[in-house]
Design a protein around this ligand. Structure first.
Ligand code: ADP
Length: 312
């Protein structure tokens, strides 16, 4: 209750699937802006994780990193709604920049800077045993100084206990990895890495890379553009409960096949991209390995955050 009184709620900033977001400020300090995210009642019990929801928030509260949105406070209002007080990020999100092709121009150095910030955010989550499970351009918000911040931890959870089954029904379809599309109930950080790969591809081509209208279509697009998951490239895949692929098997595309469409980030960038979209989650690059990749050190150097393109 003390926490609730600390903030003054202002105008509505936006409405999401799980929450309404309001501008707010610290009581007594109108310049100390915050975003207050009020979780919709029926959404608090999604994913059968109601008892976990508060616990997960506790983890998020402890995730302090420049590329992860800061959770400043949590309180429940009189109607039992959960309210998250978050740092206010005024410059929109990465999706807005990607889509505004006419007005926003960016190049390989900018993509490298944004991807570096995303990779560090994901590494920090995984290093703290937190899976985000909804990485997409729309959840990458931009701070006043250009820093990209991973936001919307509404589906996040701890994966500290690998013995526990988790729902496969997470991650927005276009960014969802094949193991989840095949119904895997035991998974790890690799699910977020696939999403990172999809964001990387989308930053380059400025359109969603694999935009399936259904889960079946999503699997078909993965098979067509990346390759068909088989026992050869992914031992055990055919045992997953919802494994089905189009009958015409497509061999996994090599780096060269990606160069035409994604070559703007150079051969090292394409190498990193290909490693993020390895079909077998065991072979997919980890967040730590991403940070050690040579692409970050080859020219061009990543753009300084203050110099990154912003919405007009
Ligand atoms: P969605 O992800 O469906 O857009 P959200 O609930 O995450 O829904 O957010 C709804 C809207 O509120 C977003 O479009 C965004 O513009 C705004 N918003 C969310 N969080 C913040 C924040 N920390 N600072 C500023 N605006 C925010």
């Amino acid at each position: 209750e003390d926490e609730k009184r600390k903030y003054v709620k202002g105008k509505k900033l936006g409405e999401g699937t799980y929450a309404n977001v309001y501008l707010g400020h610290v009581r007594g300090d109108p310049s100390a802006l915050v975003a207050i995210k009020k979780i919709k009642v029926q959404q608090q019990y999604r994913d059968g994780m109601a008892p976990d929801a508060v616990r997960e928030l506790k983890y998020l509260r402890e995730l302090h990193h420049p590329n992860i949105i800061s959770l400043l406070s949590v309180f429940s209002s009189k109607d039992q709604n959960l309210n998250l007080v978050l740092e206010y990020l005024p410059l929109g999100d990465l999706e807005m920049l990607i889509r505004d092709v006419d007005r926003v121009r960016y190049g390989a150095a900018d993509i490298k800077a944004w991807m570096g910030m995303l990779a560090r955010a994901v590494w920090f989550c995984h290093d703290n045993f937190v899976l985000h499970r909804d990485i997409k351009p729309n959840n990458l918000l931009i701070a006043a100084d250009g820093e990209v911040k991973l936001a919307d931890f509404g589906l996040a959870r701890s994966f500290a206990d690998p013995g526990r089954r988790m729902t496969a029904n997470v991650i927005t379809r276009w960014y969802r990895p094949p193991e989840l599309l095949f119904g895997a109930r035991h998974y790890g950080g690799a699910v977020d890495i696939w999403s990172v790969g999809m964001v990387f591809a989308e930053l380059i081509i400025r359109a969603p890379f694999l935009a399936g209208n259904t889960e079946v279509e999503q699997i078909a697009l993965i098979c067509k553009h990346i390759g068909t998951p088989t026992e050869d490239n992914w031992p055990g895949v055919t045992q997953l409960r919802e494994y089905t692929v189009p009958s015409e098997v497509v061999p996994v595309w090599g780096k060269d096949a990606y160069m035409g469409r994604f070559g703007a980030v150079g051969p090292d960038g394409v190498d990193l991209l290909v490693r993020t979209v390895a079909l077998d989650p065991k072979k997919r690059i980890t967040a730590r390995e991403m940070l050690e990749h040579r692409w970050w050190r080859t020219d061009p150097k990543p753009t300084r955050k203050e110099d990154l393109p912003r919405k007009s």
